[in-house]
Design a protein around this ligand. Structure first.
Ligand code: PLP
Length: 451
């Protein structure tokens, strides 16, 4: 229901611009235009302070997998807050929600990954991973293995450690990143960078950059390779089928740990519980966050292999966050996982509404401005192009064109995101067929208006 007792929108916007510093937002732009103020949510729909209803094709920030407004999660939080709002998991203490959630995750994640180190976000979890893989090799007696390889255009978080693991050049330009010992190879973005190669040859070529980088650094110095099964914030880059098997072969050959960042791909987004299953990889560590609680509480973590847990458990890992395994966040995550499972939401993404979204989304390539439409499960992107046949990009104008499309979507009460000249969808996994139709119709109309 729309709240009618709010201060006027303009007043809220002025206060927001005056006092609230927003992540990844141009300050002057915010002051000029004012933020769109979201006041409530139900299913896949949001309501703003003016009473407009928007279809949220981004599930917030790729996280509200079960949709907005689920009272069961509210009740789980309230019950846990009454019983034990906080206790820590440091220094030989534990509590029931953290124990239950760790056990539940061990049963859901691929075989051999049975141990969880909790955090409150994906950034924190990737910081844990960076320190954990380096510490693992030290404890194992191979202290030279400290280098970590990642990919350009990857997003692994915003802290100094996770931002360094990420490959966002605009982030690296600010605040002293990347820190030493982190190295990047190119992403498998065939549309933009594949030239005359077939997607399969290009996928192999990009995977083999990993082997070249390992040889350049010296295999005995490499601790781990980190990647998202499907790169998300970099523009939903679905790799060619040849890519991941070759990466897996290379990490196996050199005995290098594989960290799959499942922060977006996890919990049903790609049509399986984890993107690693969809892409057929066997990680040693999985980063989880977002869909773990459907965003209802901040929680993340690292799910690690039994071997890593054995080695790390042989000593003391001097690492942890006050809110590692926060009881309220764990209780909410458990309830979220129960709903995802009992309502067959992951199965729907694989067998029912997922394929329907894929079919409708693919048809957007009929639009004159759309080059490729790539989608896995319920994460997809459109490459905008001034010339389809030439696979041209908007190059220097990419950001302007993408932003214009996003603004047209916004005006049409559809939330999509742009990364350069790629337009992205990642809706709540509970989206229905009629809602998918609305999403695609509004996207088409917005593209028309942006031409
Ligand atoms: N890893 C991936 C793949 C992400 O997409 C994100 C956030 O978008 C993160 C890590 C960072 O997570 P958080 O924003 O919870 O710190």
């Amino acid at each position: 229901a729309h709240r009618t007792n709010l201060p006027p929108t303009a007043e809220l916007q002025a206060l927001d611009a005056a006092h609230h510093m927003h992540p990844f937002t141009h300050g002057a732009g915010l002051a000029e235009k004012g933020a769109r103020i979201i006041t409530s949510g139900e299913g896949c729909w949001l309501t703003d302070s003016e009473g407009h209803r928007l279809l949220d094709a981004m599930a917030g920030l790729w996280c509200v997998n079960i949709g907005y407004g689920r009272q069961e999660l509210v009740e789980a939080a309230a019950a846990q807050m009454s019983e034990l709002p906080f206790y820590n998991t440091f220094f030989q203490t534990s509590h029931v929600p953290a124990i239950k959630l760790a056990e539940r995750l061990a049963s859901l994640t691929p075989e051999g990954l049975d141990h969880v180190f909790f955090a409150s976000s994906g950034s924190e979890a990737n910081d844990t991973n960076l320190r954990m893989v380096r510490t693992y090799w030290e404890m194992k007696g191979e202290p030279k293995r400290q280098n970590v390889i990642s990919r350009w255009n990857a997003y692994h978080g915003s802290s100094v450690g996770s931002g360094s693991l990420g490959g966002m050049k605009g982030m690296h330009a600010q605040g002293g990143m990347p820190i030493p010992g982190i190295h990047h190879i190119d992403q498998p973005n065939w549309w933009a960078e594949g030239g005359d190669m077939t997607p399969e040859d290009f996928g192999l070529e990009r995977a083999r950059q990993l082997e070249a980088k390992i040889k350049e650094l010296g295999p005995e110095t490499v601790a781990a390779f980190i990647a998202e099964p499907v790169q998300g914030a970099g523009g939903v880059i679905v790799p060619p089928d040849s890519y991941w098997p070759e990466v897996q072969r290379i990490v196996d050959k050199y005995g290098i740990l594989l960290i799959a960042d499942e922060v977006i791909c996890g919990f049903g987004r790609t049509g399986n519980w984890f993107g690693s299953e969809t892409m057929g990889i066997r990680p040693d560590i999985m980063t989880i966050a977002k869909g773990l609680s459907s965003g209802y509480q901040p929680i993340g973590g690292s799910v690690v292999s039994n071997e890593i847990a054995r080695v790390i458990g042989g000593g003391e890992f001097n690492h942890g966050y006050t809110y590692s395994g926060h009881p309220v966040a764990c209780a909410v995550a458990l309830e979220n996982l129960r709903i995802l499972d009992e309502e067959g939401i992951v199965d729907r993404v694989r067998d029912d509404t997922g394929p329907y979204l894929q079919e409708r989304f693919a048809a957007l390539t009929d639009h004159p401005m759309v080059g490729e439409a790539k989608i896995k499960g319920m994460m997809g992107s459109l490459a905008l192009t001034p010339d389809k046949a030439a696979r041209a990009s908007f190059a220097a104008d990419a950001g302007t064109v993408g932003l214009l499309c996003r603004e047209r979507c916004f005006a049409n009460d559809l939330i999509m995101r742009h990364v350069g000249d790629r337009m992205i969808v990642s809706p709540p996994l509970v989206i229905s067929r009629p809602e998918i139709d609305t999403l695609v119709e509004r996207a088409w109309k917005s593209l028309d208006e942006a031409m």
